[in-house]
Design a protein around this ligand. Structure first.
Ligand code: PLP
Length: 296
C-alpha cells in the first residue's frame, strides 16, 4: 500500500442548476502522475479553496466541521457549492488507499478551474504526517506581526476574503520566513487596530485560570476545527470556555498560550516576542491526547 493517495473530483459545470447531489463523482489516480493543467486558475492566480484534515489511525478528524468550512469558503469566493457527499466519499476512498499509520492528513482542494472553461477543478490528496513531537512537547517561539487589516475587515470589505480558506497562502508562508529572521518558529497576526487574530495556519488559544479562550469569529480569521475539539475537551474537564477580543499585552498576561491546528495539533508557546513563557505541560499533553484519539 502506498504512503500517498489522490482522488480527482469530476469537474461539474459552473451552472448551478447542474450541481445535483450525486450528479458527479471522483476517480482514484496515481498520485505521482500529472493531473493539473498549467492554465488552472488555482495555479496561475491562487484562485481556489482548500482544507487540511487530520487523520488519526485512518479516521478523518473533525471531518464535518472541515466540510462545512469548505462550503463556506466556496460561497465566499463565488465557487459552485461542493457536493459534500462526493467529497466525503472521495476522502474515505483515498484514506483506504494509505498504509495504516497513527497520523496522516488529507487535503481537499477546489480551484476555479482551467481559465475560460468555467468548471472547477477538485482533488483530495492524503499522505502521512511528519513528526511534531518537539513542537507539541517543548513548545514553539512566536512573534506577533501586523496583518495590515482592521479586526472588522470581514464586515467592511468582504471582497478581501478574510476568513475564507483560500489557496492564496504566499503571505501565510512569507510570515514564517520573517519569524525565522526574528529567531522564532511561528507567528500571531495582529490587526492594524491592535487586536490578536490567528496564526498563519493556526488558531490562538489561551488559558486564564480555569477558562480556555480564543479570539473568536467575525474577525477575518478562520473558525478553527481544532479549537472546536479543544473546547469540547475543556467542557469534559470542567473548564469554562469563551471568546475574547484582546490586545497582544492582554494575551501576554494569560497563564498559558497555544497555537492549535489540524496536523500539528496543540503547540504550546514557550516564547512570545522574545519573552520566555511557562508551558502548561499537563493540559498540553491532555490536549494532544484528545486530538490524536478523536474518532470523528
Ligand atoms: N487559521 C488559519 C489561517 C489556518 O490556515 C488554519 C489551518 O490551517 C487554522 C486557523 C486552524 O484551523 P484548523 O484547526 O481547522 O486546522
Amino acid at each position: 500500500m502506498p504512503s500517498t493517495a489522490l482522488a480527482l473530483i469530476n469537474r461539474p459545470s459552473a451552472a448551478a442548476a447542474e450541481h445535483k447531489p450525486g450528479g458527479y463523482a471522483f476517480k482514484l489516480v496515481d498520485p505521482a502522475g500529472h493531473h493539473l493543467s498549467v492554465l488552472d486558475l488555482g495555479v496561475t492566480r491562487g484562485d481556489g479553496i482548500f482544507e487540511t484534515i487530520s487523520v488519526g489511525f485512518g479516521t478523518p478528524q473533525a471531518l464535518e466541521p472541515h466540510l462545512r468550512r469548505f462550503s463556506r469558503s466556496a460561497a465566499s469566493l463565488g465557487l459552485p457549492e461542493p457536493d459534500l457527499a462526493v467529497w466525503r466519499t472521495a476522502i474515505l476512498a483515498v484514506l483506504a488507499e494509505l498504509d495504516p499509520a497513527p497520523e496522516a492528513w488529507v487535503k481537499t482542494v477546489m480551484t476555479r478551474g482551467i481559465e475560460g472553461d468555467g468548471r472547477p477543478t477538485g482533488w483530495a490528496y492524503a499522505t502521512h504526517s511528519g513528526d511534531f513531537t518537539a513542537a507539541r512537547t517543548e513548545g514553539i517561539r512566536v512573534v506577533t506581526l501586523d496583518r495590515g487589516y482592521r479586526h472588522d475587515v470581514e464586515r467592511t470589505s468582504p471582497w478581501l476574503l478574510a476568513g475564507a480558506k483560500t489557496l492564496s497562502y504566499a503571505v501565510n508562508r512569507s510570515v514564517l520566513r520573517e519569524a525565522a529572521r526574528r529567531n522564532a518558529d511561528d507567528v500571531i497576526f495582529v490587526s492594524s487596530d491592535g487586536y490578536v487574530l490567528e496564526g498563519p495556519t493556526s488558531t490562538v488559544l489561551f488559558r486564564r485560570g480555569n477558562t480556555l479562550i480564543t479570539p473568536g469569529t467575525g474577525l477575518g480569521i478562520l473558525e478553527g476545527t481544532t479549537q472546536g475539539s479543544l473546547f469540547e475537551l475543556a467542557a469534559q474537564r470542567g473548564m469554562r470556555t469563551g471568546f475574547e477580543l484582546l490586545s497582544p499585552d492582554q494575551l501576554a498576561a494569560a497563564d498559558a498560550i497555544w497555537l492549535v491546528s489540524s496536523v500539528r495539533h496543540a503547540a504550546p508557546i514557550r516564547e512570545l516576542d522574545g519573552a520566555a513563557r511557562r508551558v502548561d505541560v499537563e493540559l498540553t499533553a491532555a490536549m494532544n491526547d484528545h486530538l490524536a484519539t478523536r474518532v470523528s
